[in-house]
Write a protein that binds this ligand. Structure first.
Ligand code: HAM
Length: 403
């Protein structure tokens, strides 16, 4: 075993996994392009406070999952655990609010000190999208439509769950009702939930401890506490989703693990692993809370590892051509490889030397569909010999006169 191992919770993505990863990410990016989102490239590091203020002090992420550190001047920084906080910081700092509204997306690694397990890493990759500047529930519907289309196109069996968690007007009464309820059933809550139920009772709804999961089944529901505005917003969203024929399930206990959310929250849960693959929601106060003008916003993030892990098959790859040079023909071999590539073909110029049999064996191992044999004769005659690996059939292909 090598002396050096990768850090726990971090991983190398290569081979088939890398292909699935890239295919998934490209598909999501293409979908975002069709919906006219523009890319923003954000730093991986922000001041710790950006995350504390956005995600919330009493959340798992801020309390125990941050990769935070001091720089040489003693300022507290952190590797980003998610992208929304940084996107909001950038939106304000770059005065992107001068536009009527703006749709941004970002892609890259995120870092959370979580307990590693299948589909949960300490470095993982998200593509996140954020819409700043509209409160209209049609935006919520369109964002969920985009998510639904990604899942359908990847043929991933997932359920979209939605909920509304209200706003400043209606949530306080719900909070109170929750605290009261939890005080009654305190004995069945875990230590952590007993501790956080007064300060952040919504977090209890998200607790994964089986006794807490059981205890929250009969809990008061936010949907019963929504103010008129939130109720109207939520019912419009559901109406639009139905009009768009997007299947969804209402989950009144869906609260999400980050504190910035208001009104709509949603998650796409993969049926196969019971794992959330895409998640998001509205955050209508966050821009203002971080010092910007009041700006409603909504967004979501796709976990690329989780989504690509669920991909069954990749579409067929382009056939591979392996160019095999014999003798003093390197210049001609380079030329033929260049010509084939210029035609858009995927070409490997063999880097190993040896007899024809050995070279063909190598081409096979490289996954060649065709071997392109180049010898003195081919060079003199201005052609190459194309061998179809599966049947062994051979053809002489003349180069175009310009070559
Ligand atoms: P989140 O639910 O914390 O939301 O993460 C979004 C997605 O990132 C998850 O559904 C999952 O696919 C993936 N993910 C999270 N943690 C891990 C992990 N440890 N390993 C692998 N994948 C993981 C957010 O991050 C919000 N910023 C989403 C958002 C954007 N809300 C509004 N705008």
């Amino acid at each position: 075993m090598s002396e050096f191992q990768r850090v726990r919770g971090f991983h190398d993505i290569f081979g088939e996994e890398a292909k699935k990863f890239r295919y998934t990410a490209n598909l999501v990016r293409e979908k975002l392009r069709l919906y006219n989102f523009e890319e923003i490239l954000l730093p991986v590091v922000e001041y710790l406070e950006v995350f504390q203020r956005s995600i919330g002090e009493i959340t798992d992420i801020v309390q125990k999952e941050m990769f935070s550190f001091q720089d040489r001047k003693g300022r507290w920084l952190a590797l980003r655990p998610e992208g929304t906080a940084g996107a909001v910081r950038a939106y304000i700092q770059n005065k992107l609010y001068s536009k009527p509204y703006i749709k941004l997306f970002y892609e890259g690694p995120m870092f959370r000190y979580e307990r590693p397990q299948a589909g949960r890493y300490r470095q993982f990759h998200q593509i996140g999208a954020e819409v700043f500047g509209s409160i209209d529930p049609m935006v919520d519907a369109e964002v969920i439509q985009l998510v639904y289309e990604v899942l359908s196109q990847l043929r991933i069996d997932a359920v979209i769950e939605i909920n509304s968690i209200g706003c400043k007007v209606c949530r306080p009464a719900y909070r109170e009702a929750l605290v009261e309820y939890f005080n009654h059933i305190e004995a069945s809550l875990c230590e952590v939930c007993i501790d956080r139920k007064d300060r952040n009772p919504l977090r209890v709804l998200d607790c994964k401890v089986p006794t807490c999961k059981e205890a929250v089944k009969e809990v008061p529901k936010m949907v019963d506490f929504l103010c008129e505005e939130c109720k109207e917003h939520y019912s419009k969203l559901k109406e639009y989703l139905s009009k768009l024929s997007i299947p969804y399930r209402e989950n009144p206990n869906l609260v999400r693990g980050l504190d910035y959310y208001t009104k709509t929250v949603f998650e796409a849960v993969a049926v196969e692993f019971d794992l959330t693959v895409i998640a998001g929601g509205r955050y209508d106060y966050l821009v203002e809370e971080l010092g910007g003008p009041p700006t409603p916003a909504i967004g979501f993030a796709v976990g690329i590892e989780r989504l690509s892990m669920l991909l069954k098959d990749l579409p067929m790859e382009d056939p591979l051509y392996v160019v095999i040079p014999f003798g003093d023909v390197m210049d001609y071999a380079f030329l033929v490889a260049k010509l084939l590539r210029s035609e858009g073909k995927r070409v490997e110029l063999s880097y190993k030397r040896g007899g024809l049999k050995k070279q063909l064996e190598l081409a096979n191992r490289l996954g060649a569909k065709y071997a392109v044999i180049i010898g003195e004769e081919e060079k003199a005659g201005g052609f190459y010999t194309l061998k179809y690996m599966e049947t062994g059939e051979q053809l002489k292909i003349e180069l175009a006169p310009t070559w």
